[in-house]
Design a protein around this ligand. Structure first.
Ligand SMILES: [Zn+2]
Ligand SMILES: [Zn+2]
Length: 326
């Protein structure tokens, strides 16, 4: 067998990786060979021994070969020595941080086809690949490129370098993964959206409530509100209340402004806070006029988002309405 480098025992590395991965597959063979090649190129001869603090591996796919790379290199997400970039490519980059040397190894697409030519008698193409990948020369399996990788301080192994609270969800974010907006610090999920939504997520509804006709000018009015578990939770009325509190710094004044009782204003605020799960209004008790009140950062941010949504929806409806009824 053509093993690649005398520092690595291909057969025993493959056995170990099969044990960890759970089965023998072409990906294991490819991953083990890719790792041996990459490690050798960046002068890492004992990845789990004396060189273990010199190595970072970047993988570009979450498939079988990635487990083989983890098994051979000893690098893992948990140790922050393996970085995953979801490119969907059968490729990995091996970085020797001490020598600042990196190679990216890409599995060649036509190796699959060539594998068949090595074992024309094996019908099952996976079995043919499995056997062929063991013996095919590296030049047929891989493309090797010298690359430069700048690893950021916050990506290195070691203790977390920061720990900050998201202004919106209140969850903590480590290692500078937060996103700084003009006046807020947000987690990525709150700032950009993410892979999950809460089961009891608020939904937005709107319906056209009035169409005004004067001369030839048609105008449309729409109503927008947010519901949670089929119960309205926020809409125009509550928006006016929050805006008025923001303007006057007092719940009393705000209630007068929008023509509801002080008690009613309180109960609106309480139920919104409970159902949204955020604190909207900060009460300042003991003032002369029955206590002042200001919007919290979360409250103001929520209001801004709603206003933005309303603007966007109205603009869209206006445009579409004019276009359809022109
Ligand atoms: Zn597999
Ligand atoms: Zn957040």
């Amino acid at each position: 067998m053509k093993t690649v480098n005398s520092n690595f025992n291909f057969q025993s590395l493959l056995e170990e990786s099969v044990r960890i991965h759970g089965h023998l597959c072409p990906g294991q063979v490819l991953g083990v060979r890719m790792s041996i090649l990459g490690l050798t190129k960046v002068n890492i001869l004992e990845p789990k021994g004396k060189d273990r603090k010199s190595l970072i591996v970047y993988v570009e796919i979450d498939r079988c070969a990635t487990d083989a790379i983890q098994s051979v290199t000893g690098c893992s997400l948990g140790h922050r020595t393996m970085k995953f970039f979801d490119y969907g490519k059968m490729a990995a980059t091996f970085l020797n941080i001490k020598e600042n040397k990196a190679v990216r190894i890409l599995a060649k697409e036509d190796a699959r086809q060539k594998a068949k030519d090595y074992f024309p008698d094996i019908e099952d193409k996976y079995k043919a690949q499995l056997e062929a990948y063991k013996i095919m020369p590296e030049s047929e399996l891989f493309e090797i490129m010298d690359v430069k990788v700048e690893i950021r301080h916050e990506d290195l192994p070691g203790r977390p370098i920061s720990h900050v609270k998201c202004d919106l969800c209140g969850e903590f974010v480590q290692d500078l993964r937060e996103i700084k907006c003009t006046d807020k610090t947000l987690c990525k999920h709150c700032a950009e959206g993410g892979y999950y939504t809460l089961q009891s997520e608020q939904k937005v509804f709107f319906e056209p409530v009035a169409m005004q006709i004067s001369h030839n000018d048609l105008e449309i009015r729409s109503k927008l509100w947010i519901e949670k578990e089929n119960e309205p939770i926020f809409g125009r009325g509550r928006k006016f209340l929050l805006q008025a509190i923001d303007k006057y710094g007092s719940i009393n004044q705000a209630a007068k402004e929008i023509n509801i009782s002080y008690r009613k204003a309180w109960s609106y605020i309480n139920s919104m806070e409970q159902r949204l799960g955020i604190k909207l209004v900060e009460r300042q008790t003991g003032g002369k006029s029955g206590g002042g009140a200001i919007l919290t950062n979360e409250g103001r941010y929520f209001l801004e988002k709603y206003e933005k949504l309303e603007d966007g929806v109205n603009e869209l409806i206006d445009k579409k309405f004019k276009w359809i009824f022109r």
